[in-house]
Design a binder for this molecule. Structure first.
Ligand code: ATP
Ligand code: SF4
Ligand code: MG
Length: 353
């Protein structure tokens, strides 16, 4: 055991490496990810499809699918001022991990249908989750279940309690999953694309609910999303992932107004501007994210990067560099001051690892 570096870090992931050992070879889905979730804060993880966001989240709770395995790294979890424990050292089925999953950390999965049992009504599943954590009788738990469904925006919640997941739409299941995750009163909610299937009004309601619970209970949130509009609304801090690595981390205002990494700039350049005329084409990042088993040499972003320096970026993988208080970027432009352009962003100091 060791003390967590930042005194307010509830979760600190350090050098997480999760690989899939497939017949075709090793897939380096997550390759040395470090990030911190401070108590009471919301950290958003962004990045294109296939960058390792879900695998990172699932690694925290020992829920990586076969043939995947956490092969290196530490996942320090600290609750209520207790000594930190390294979740990476707990077996996925260990009692300790079950305790953490049972109430300390809740997860909303990207595939809500697959996460709900078709064998039981959603009410039965929600009541069970509530009774695991609160000394309520069945009737009181059912009342609380209906209240939670109402809070996630499900109309006629009493009736819906008796429905099975296959009778509900994807968006409805997603809201039931969110209600189940919140029923435990977790210290940390990990939400993997929790609002993608929802209409804008319901999405806003879920985000308000998360804010309310944070104010009530001090819950922290690790929120994975493609939607940079949602990030701007809810994030305190942002982690940008590319091809299994973190390429930039920082406060939400810094990331949006002064992004340091070319990939972050490209992601931000691909969102529609407020007030842009309809019919205006959305800029996209050229090319696609390569598969992890086809990782380019040097900086993994170099084949798509408009700032790539020939002979340098295709050869060496840049280290994580501190580019400001609480900010890191993984780009050679910040590693070597001589290469920085006229934008005045000098003085990078290598992160002590
Ligand atoms: N069971 C598996 N076997 C082999 N490779 C896997 C498996 N699950 C995930 N991967 C690979 O791990 C990489 C990261 O996947 P992950 O699901 O974490 O991406 P993501 O960032 O969550 O993408 P999305 O935005 O589409 O949800 C991908 O290249 C994916 O193909
Ligand atoms: S290291 Fe080079 S290729 Fe990679 S993001 Fe920076 S400038 Fe682009
Ligand atoms: Mg995902």
């Amino acid at each position: 055991m060791r003390p967590v570096q930042a005194s307010d870090a509830l979760l600190e992931i350090d050098g997480l490496t999760t690989h899939f050992f497939t017949r075709e070879g090793t897939v380096r889905a997550v390759d040395g990810v470090s990030l911190t979730v401070p108590a009471g804060k919301t950290v958003c993880v962004v990045g294109e499809s296939g960058c390792g966001k879900s695998v990172t989240a699932r690694s925290v709770l020992g829920l990586v699918d076969e043939p995947g395995r956490v092969v290196a790294g530490e996942i320090w979890w600290r609750r209520d001022g207790q000594a930190p424990v390294d979740l990476a050292r707990y077996g996925p089925k260990s009692e300790e991990m079950r305790r953490v999953r049972g109430g300390e950390i809740s997860m909303v999965f990207q595939e809500p249908m697959a996460s709900l049992s078709p064998m039981y009504t959603v009410g039965a599943q929600l009541v069970e989750a509530i009774r695991l954590h609160m000394p309520l009788d069945r009737e009181q738990a059912r009342e609380r279940a209906a209240d939670l469904l109402r809070r996630v925006g499900i109309p006629r919640p009493e009736e819906r309690l008796d429905a099975y997941s296959f009778q509900l739409s994807g968006g409805m299941c997603q809201r039931v999953m969110i209600a189940i995750a919140l029923a435990a009163g977790p210290a940390l909610l990990i939400a993997d694309e929790p609002t993608t299937a929802l209409d804008v009004t319901t999405q806003a309601r879920i985000i308000d609910l998360i804010h309310e619970l944070q104010a009530e209970t001090g819950m922290s949130v690790l929120f994975i999303t493609h939607d940079l509009g949602v990030v701007a609304e809810i994030a305190d801090e942002v982690v940008v992932m590319y091809l299994g690595t973190v390429v930039e981390r920082g406060g939400v205002d810094e990331i949006f107004h002064d992004p340091k990494h070319p990939y972050t700039r490209a992601l931000l350049g691909s969102i529609p501007r407020m007030g842009a005329g309809t019919g205006q084409r959305l800029a996209t990042i050229r090319g696609n994210v390569p598969h992890p088993s086809d990782r380019p040499s040097g900086c993994p972003f170099h084949p798509r990067c408009g700032d790539a320096v020939a002979g340098l970026c295709d050869r060496s993988d840049p280290p994580d560099v501190r580019v400001g208080p609480g900010r890191t970027a993984r780009c050679v432009l910040h590693e070597n001051a001589d290469l920085i352009g006229d934008d005045g962003q000098l003085g990078a100091e290598e992160v002590q690892r």
